[in-house]
Design a protein around this ligand. Structure first.
Ligand code: ATP
Ligand code: MG
Length: 434
């Protein structure tokens, strides 16, 4: 029997890659908390009906991609395919609207869709997302876009494109739907199979087809922008004005739709040219109808989700892994020294240093080589002689300089040593750039 492997469409994120994930999370947390967004954590599975009602049965996600199963109590249960439905359910269930004002929420975690796995597309993937509930102000649309842009820029991604559209309100869309059906019907036989099915159920989604031939036909379809009523037009103009005020460049893309009934007004995607077919890193829009559709009070809302796997792919292309944060690598040899090293490592950690203790049991030479590779700034060396008189050799790996000091001095000189460490750390990237 062979060893068991991870399921198709799932993958392990090993420590070297986790560094990128942590970098993303830390940048996102900082930027979101500065803008008064609060984290919410909702369950990974929910009643199937939440997604059927929330996302819509005519969508690919609900129609084809959900991980749905009966639990032992015979309840239809679904692993969440996205984060908005659960967040809105929670918002309603806990009457967060009763707190008044605007709720700014964010979440991160795994999502599940039964799709064909390929680069940037998995069955378990991860998103970070925001939802702003309770504001119909076009500045809310602009704010969420600005925050997504800020997160991506701070991570060092520059070569990104914001595509923008408006899908209007339900009335605008009804008229537009009719126009689309009239336009596509004569071409029906030439459309891909999915698009033929969508012609009656969800014609806006045809614009989103990945099929070449369908795309070519869709090129000349009527544009939704010609069907926007005056309220929708005003909202869309104001979103664009706000983006311009913020210095955020965008491209209008009238084919960008989110074909669900509850989506209203703004729809947007942030794309990268470096991701091949799976180009969209961030997708979002306004959904003024969802909260009421799920049984809550009428609440305008806008949000987005960033796909973290795709973001990690971009960061890996772009930059070296984030630096190690290890201060000391502690090597020891001999019974007495080894016993002291264990206790000393613990004391240093409690003082505030980041310390790795070599537990390999190998010879000094090998331990020292590992110290070089560890990314630590200094190697601490404890042999029989040092153990005897409670000293330690400290070797700065960046400069090579080495001296013996009392073990206690490491702790009493914490401030000076930290300063030294910070100096080395700030010099290092400069050296690497030379
Ligand atoms: P796509 O057109 O790529 O299927 P989508 O419209 O289904 O995207 P959304 O539901 O808007 O995607 O999700 C937002 C983001 O989450 C996407 O832009 C993408 O970065 C990421 N994402 C969606 N599905 C997957 C997946 N199966 N694997 C990895 N990332 C995904
Ligand atoms: Mg999809």
């Amino acid at each position: 029997m062979g060893a068991i492997q991870a399921l198709r469409g799932t993958r392990d994120i090993l420590p070297d890659e986790v560094k990128y994930w942590q970098q993303i999370e830390s940048v996102a947390r900082t930027i979101l908390s500065r803008a008064a967004y609060q984290e919410i954590r909702t369950p990974i599975f929910e009643q199937t009906e939440l997604f059927e009602r929330g996302i819509g049965e005519a969508t690919d996600v609900v129609g084809k991609e959900m991980y749905t199963f009966k639990d032992r109590g015979d309840r239809s249960t679904t692993l969440r395919p996205e984060g908005t439905a659960g967040t809105v359910r929670s918002f309603i269930e806990h009457s967060l609207h009763a707190q008044g004002g605007v709720q700014r929420l964010w979440y991160t975690g795994p999502m599940f869709r039964y799709e064909r796995p390929q680069a940037g597309r998995q069955r378990q993937f991860h998103q970070i997302g925001v939802e702003v509930l309770g504001s119909a102000d076009p500045r809310a649309d602009a704010e969420v876009i600005a925050i997504a842009t800020d997160i991506l820029k701070t991570l060092g991604l520059s070569d990104l494109q914001l595509q923008l559209n408006s899908v209007g309100n339900a009335d605008d869309r009804q008229q537009y739907r009719d126009a689309l059906v009239a336009y596509f019907t004569p071409y029906k036989e030439e459309l891909d199979q999915d698009s033929q099915d969508r012609l009656t159920r969800n014609p806006l989604r045809i614009l989103d087809s990945k099929d070449r031939r369908t795309q070519a036909i869709a090129q000349n379809a009527p544009s939704i922008l010609e069907y926007l009523g005056s309220d929708s037009k005003r909202h869309f103009d104001q979103v664009q004005q706000s983006l311009t005020d913020l210095g955020i460049a965008y491209q209008l893309n009238p084919c960008l739709v989110r074909g669900l009934d509850y989506y209203t007004h703004t729809a947007f995607e942030i794309q990268s040219a470096h991701l091949g077919a799976q180009a969209t890193v961030c997708g979002g829009g306004r959904y003024d109808g969802l909260v009421s559709q799920l049984g809550g009070p009428n609440t305008p809302a806008v949000g987005w989700a960033i796909g973290l796997e795709r973001l990690v792919l971009l960061l890996q292309q772009l930059s070296a892994a984030p630096q190690s944060t290890l201060d000391f690598y502690l090597v020891s040899r001999g019974d007495r020294a080894e016993a002291q090293a264990l206790v000393l490592a613990q004391k240093l950690r409690q003082t505030g240093f980041a310390v790795e203790l070599d537990l390999s049991g190998s010879a000094f030479g090998k331990q020292l080589k590992r110290a070089d590779r560890s990314g630590a700034l200094a190697c601490l060396i404890l042999g029989d002689a040092e153990a005897e008189n409670q000293t330690i050799q400290i070797k700065w790996l960046v400069s090579g300089e080495q001296q013996a000091i009392a073990q206690m001095e490491l702790i009493s000189s914490y401030q000076q040593l930290q300063q030294r460490i910070t100096e080395f750390r700030t010099q290092e990237p400069a050296k690497a750039a030379q």
